[in-house]
Design a protein around this ligand. Structure first.
Ligand SMILES: [Zn+2]
Length: 356
């Protein structure tokens, strides 16, 4: 991150124009305020200015506000998963497909395009980058300016709720399944299956031709395509053994963290893959390395996704379903962030920023 300043991103500021935003000067959820005092970003020649419409709320947004993740600049506007309408295009933007008035989503990674990771197409791992809304201001605001390469046009008829669920909630499990090299006819075990990424993972796993075993107390996961539902968390390993006739799962997705760690690990079959991409219940786990190598289990950490994969996800978006639990106004951002940890959360939390 030392070279972060070299990465061109996100706006010079016009001091004379203000906008409404959720903003904080010091970490802490109670320090977050929503008012009209934030500076409106001005797109540089290579940037696109987006009028924010609907944003999805994710745990990272809470971590940014609470101080668990260090952010800059301060005062800071947190991130979120952003959809909106192009307000203005910089003079040197090369993508002729982008036009003012287009509906768009924003790939939420800052990247330089020149480091070894970027050259491999792994822009989300850019050595000089970071997350929009963590290393730059984010989308809990009326406007955001981002480089043109972060802006993806979406179909006019796409609903805003789905749009605001593509850059993180949809991309992350898609990338995780790609990292796991899930194959046709393999079995995949999905923990947190009724969570937002879980429901997307089910849909993608089905498209990839896998047998989907969902761990959830919510039978609704069947509507998203789960072949089997395990609702007794104490019996996951036993039931996976039964369903797979002793083979155990070829791929296990754990986006939950420590709470499901042991059953995740014990449910992977020989030569299987265990993928982790979240740790809401805690990140410190124990592992028996002998069991890992004797079964030749591949342990895979996965984060975000590439721009190419965001394109893939966009091309499949008309076949994807999401579930919205609660929606808030920008003024209610604090409530929206706190709702992330509600025990009865059942679907997406969205914030409608733009006036309709
Ligand atoms: Zn890079």
């Amino acid at each position: 991150m030392n070279n972060l300043k070299k990465v061109k991103c996100c706006a010079a500021f016009d001091l004379y124009k203000k906008m409404k935003a959720a903003i904080f000067e010091k970490p802490g959820i109670n320090n977050l305020k929503v008012d009209d005092s934030a500076e409106k970003p001005k797109a540089t020649d290579h940037d696109v200015l987006v009028r924010v419409k609907t944003v999805g709320v994710n745990p990272i947004d809470h971590f940014a506000v609470s101080g668990t993740r260090q952010v800059k600049p301060l005062p800071h506007i947190p991130r979120a998963e952003i959809s909106g309408i192009i307000e203005k295009i910089g003079d040197h933007v090369e993508d002729d497909n982008l036009k003012e008035g287009n509906k768009v989503i924003i790939h939420n990674k800052v990247f330089d395009g020149t480091c070894d990771m970027c050259l491999e197409g792994l822009d989300m791992l850019c050595r000089n980058g970071g997350l929009i809304g963590v290393v730059t201001n984010g989308g809990f605001a009326e406007y955001i300016a981002v480089p043109d390469k972060n802006v993806f046009k979406i179909p006019d008829d796409m609903g805003w709720d789905l749009a605001a669920s593509l850059p993180v909630t949809t991309l992350t499990p898609y990338h995780a399944l790609k990292d796991a090299s899930l194959q046709v006819n393999e079995s995949v075990l999905i923990f947190g299956a009724s969570g937002n990424t879980g429901m997307m993972a089910i849909q993608f796993a089905r498209k990839m031709g896998a047998k989907v075993i969902a761990v959830s107390k919510n039978e609704q996961v069947k509507d998203f395509g789960a072949d089997y539902v395990i609702n007794d968390y104490e019996k996951v390993v036993e039931q996976v053994r039964e369903i797979t006739q002793g083979k155990m799962a070829d791929v296990v997705l754990n986006s939950v963290g420590v709470e499901a760690w042991q059953s995740s690990f014990d449910s992977v079959g020989v030569n299987g893959r265990l993928v982790t991409f979240g740790a809401l219940t805690g990140a410190d786990v124990k592992i028996n390395v002998q069991s890992l190598y004797l079964r030749q289990v591949k342990l895979i950490g996965s984060t975000g996704g590439t721009r190419k994969q965001l394109k893939d996800v966009l091309s499949m978006s008309n076949q994807l379903k999401i579930k919205v639990w609660k929606r808030f106004k920008l003024e209610e951002t604090k409530d929206a962030l706190q709702a992330l940890f509600a025990k009865d959360r059942d679907g997406r939390i969205l914030i409608d920023v733009g006036r309709s």
